[in-house]
Design a protein around this ligand. Sequence first.
Ligand code: CA
Ligand code: CA
Ligand code: CA
Length: 201
Amino acid sequence: MKMLFTFFLLIFLVFLSPTEVKALSINFDFSGNRQVADSISFEDDISVTATAQSFWFGTWYNSLVTQSESGLGVKSGLLDSGQIDGLGADERLILTFSEDVIINKAWFTMVGWNDEFSLSVNGVLLIEADIPGNGQFDFTDLYAENRTGKIFAFSVTDWNDDYKVMGVEIESEPVPLPGAVWLFASGLIGFAGIRRKKIMA
Ligand SMILES: [Ca+2]
Ligand SMILES: [Ca+2]
Ligand SMILES: [Ca+2]
């Protein structure tokens, strides 16, 4: 009886443990005052830096990130639109996070019927898809493992794609601290003890 009590007390402590770290969910809003820069950073509990590249003659070259009230885009040259587009050079917007994150959602702007996007995670293509009319795309149907990384690159699928990325919803990977792990282990040992006692009795 005492063991049963100890077991439940330990389990209770595991769930109450203030040292336990839960997965953080963060919405990044990329809208802002108009600017064009080499990189633009956003700080939260996790930080993210946006950079841009353009594909010319078989190679990706660094280019400029644009920011506006519609979010982030890419500018490849003086005459190029500030959106992520495939007219002329293919472009990609690269989001580099301060740690591994899982992408859940993205919000796109300047979306027309002919706009598709591609998203690569750590250099591996995750998806190519049509951008819904409401601009919101939910990635949670895809395996979380494939949606996890530090580097997310939004690009185009053909010449008439053009859009901006207004924001993303990401979550951090849950990391239990040693304190919680120890308590959980104690709980399991206690549980094993109870089972043994029952079998012996
Ligand atoms: Ca562009
Ligand atoms: Ca298209
Ligand atoms: Ca468009």
